[in-house]
Design a protein around this ligand. Structure first.
Ligand SMILES: Nc1ncnc2c1ncn2[C@@H]1O[C@H](COP(=O)(O)OP(=O)(O)OP(=O)(O)O)[C@@H](O)[C@H]1O
Ligand SMILES: [Mg+2]
Length: 266
């Protein structure tokens, strides 16, 4: 569905950031993208919805090409973004206006706007905050409103670019449970993160290293088989614990299920 075909990208010539990467992400996947600082994760994310265009190769979404301006608008409507810094996501004076603003941009009929906003706020458990001023919300609440604003536009994919990294553990847990809930409802989730616990909860993990796709597969198998320190990553706590308890064994299906269930709503 979302397809990278030999994608090549640099900001400065002779310094490729994305070096001929190919992969595709199907509808309904939950993919974590990990890698060292500056390895190109955000660049990759921006290539996905045409905020950046490949210098070589092609990025297509459902057959539409990001390099084709006529098709790019259609791609953009289907891919939502939530960024790292909750402070930078807002431009209006109330939570409701923030959501409406996004809907105006994609020309949603006025009479439909309120229903969409209400539904989106319910999905992130922020109903009742319509009139709140975004800048007075906590970091976690801001990120939930940012998700609601994206949801109201009814995308098929949401890309979270380190959207949990400025939150406290409780805020992160809540964000993750929302992501998993949206995934259960059929949304495609792409989660760029430095938190390996969160990466472990995904169904598929992509590792970017020196411009290449170094790993693409099951997250638990990644931590079982790869020397993660070589990529400036840490083992998730659960994996370290498991190794202490059962040094020879790989993570079993039971463990994987247990690890995933910790992010579901309670
Ligand atoms: N606008 C830009 N102009 C020039 N170089 C850039 C630009 N944006 C990013 N870079 C460089 O491209 C490389 C990849 O950056 P990118 O932001 O994609 O990495 P990242 O994996 O998202 O990093 P982080 O984990 O810190 O968010 C880095 O070396 C960065 O310095
Ligand atoms: Mg980044």
């Amino acid at each position: 569905m979302l397809r990278f075909d030999q994608v090549f990208f640099y900001y400065q010539k002779r310094q490729p950031v994305i070096d001929h990467i190919s992969f595709s992400i199907e509808e309904g996947e939950f993919v974590a993208i990990v890698g060292a600082n500056g390895c190109g994760k955000s660049t990759l994310a921006q290539l996905m919805d045409g905020l950046l265009l490949p210098r070589g190769g092609r990025v297509t979404y459902r057959g539409l090409d990001t390099a084709n301006p006529a098709e790019l608008a259609m791609i953009r409507e289907q891919i939502g973004f939530v960024f790292q810094n909750p402070e930078n996501q807002f431009i209006t004076a109330s939570v409701l206006d923030e959501i409406i603003f996004g809907l105006e941009n994609i020309r949603v009929p006025r009479e439909e706007m309120r229903a969409r906003a209400d539904q989106a706020l319910r999905a992130v458990r922020m109903e009742g905050y319509e009139d709140a001023a975004p800048h007075q919300l906590s970091g976690g609440q801001k990120q939930k409103v940012a998700i609601a604003a994206v949801l109201a536009m009814r995308p098929r994919i949401i890309i979270f670019d380190e959207a949990t990294s400025m939150l406290d553990p409780q805020g992160r847990k809540e964000m993750l449970s929302i992501m998993h809930e949206l995934h259960r409802q059929g949304m495609t989730i792409i989660h760029i993160t430095h938190h390996m616990e969160e990466a472990l909860s995904a169904l598929r993990l992509l590792l970017i290293h020196q411009g290449r796709l170094e790993y693409d597969g099951d997250p638990a198998a990644f931590f079982d088989t790869m020397a993660v320190a070589d990529y400036e990553l840490e083992l998730p706590f659960a994996v370290r614990l498991h190794r202490t308890l059962a040094p020879q064994a790989q993570l079993s299906a039971d463990w994987k299920e247990m690890l995933r269930s910790q992010w579901s709503m309670n």
